[in-house]
Ligand binder design. Structure first.
Ligand code: ATP
Length: 234
């Protein structure tokens, strides 16, 4: 097991955002977490990357309890995150933004840079352009590319398709599949449940801080309750 979340609780002040969730991610998988607005999907990723503290339960990575490990150490341990809202450095060039992703790891990152440019030719074409002048979709690619520069074992993706034109949505999902094919485990949070379930092996449904269902992704695509709630009801 690469990543195990056991009975995890997270609070914002007195408000419980996660009320004892258990999630397992095996090496090599794409696992998706679906749920309505406010269900706690982003909070789950922030908890795994160390941006939100646990108020109960634990997070294990490669069998080791990392619940109290600071975020930058989790990056070094192999947990990469492309944060919601992208969080790129607007004044820095695309290439410098990518180098920032490898900064904590040190050493030569030219191989990773080459791989990111293979995955995202658009970034290679625009490597000298300021990150902040890239389009929304391009910035999303940059955020994912930057996360990959640290050579993560697992990458946490928060709504990578948000705000993208339909053609780019397709592209992002096929790139996620390719990232996984090249050996990176993926934990994917998505509003776009249909597409997420199509590329994932397994899925969890989160409702108001509880996991209400976990199953092979293909089963959830056929599940009438899931279809009604998250897949447009047809
Ligand atoms: P969305 O799909 O809308 O992004 P989500 O499933 O990712 O939703 P979270 O962002 O994890 O949901 O939020 C879970 C709950 O925690 C919500 O009720 C939200 O209002 C609350 N919450 C999130 N961030 C904070 C914060 N910084 N302070 C207080 N409450 C918060």
């Amino acid at each position: 097991m690469l990543l195990e979340i056991k009975d995890a609780h997270v609070h914002y002040g007195k408000i419980a955002a996660l009320k004892g969730i258990t999630i397992e991610v095996r090496e090599g998988e794409i696992v998706t977490l679906i749920g309505a607005n406010g269900a706690g999907k982003s909070t789950t990723l922030k908890m795994i990357s160390g941006l939100r503290p646990l108020s109960g339960g634990s997070v294990l990575f490669e069998g080791k309890d990392i619940s109290k490990m600071p975020g930058h150490k989790r990056v070094l341990a192999g947990i990469g995150q492309a944060p919601e809202g992208r969080g790129i450095f607007p004044g820095m060039s695309v290439e410098d933004n990518l180098h920032m992703g490898a900064y904590a790891r040190r050493g030569d990152a030219s191989k990773e840079l080459k791989e990111v440019y293979e995955l995202f030719p658009r970034l290679a074409e625009r490597k000298s352009q300021a990150g902040g002048t890239m389009s929304g979709g391009e910035q999303q690619m940059l955020a994912i590319g930057r996360a990959l520069m640290a050579k993560p074992k697992v990458v946490l993706l928060d709504e990578p398709s948000m705000g993208l034109a339909p053609m780019l949505v397709q592209q992002i999902f096929s790139i996620i599949k390719e990232i996984n094919r090249r050996g990176t485990t993926v934990l994917l949070v998505e509003q776009n449940a249909q597409q997420a379930l199509q590329i994932a092996q397994r899925a969890y449904v989160l409702e108001t801080g509880h996991i209400v269902k976990s199953a092979p992704a293909a089963d959830l695509l056929d599940d009438p309750a899931v279809r009604a709630a998250y897949l447009g009801g047809d």
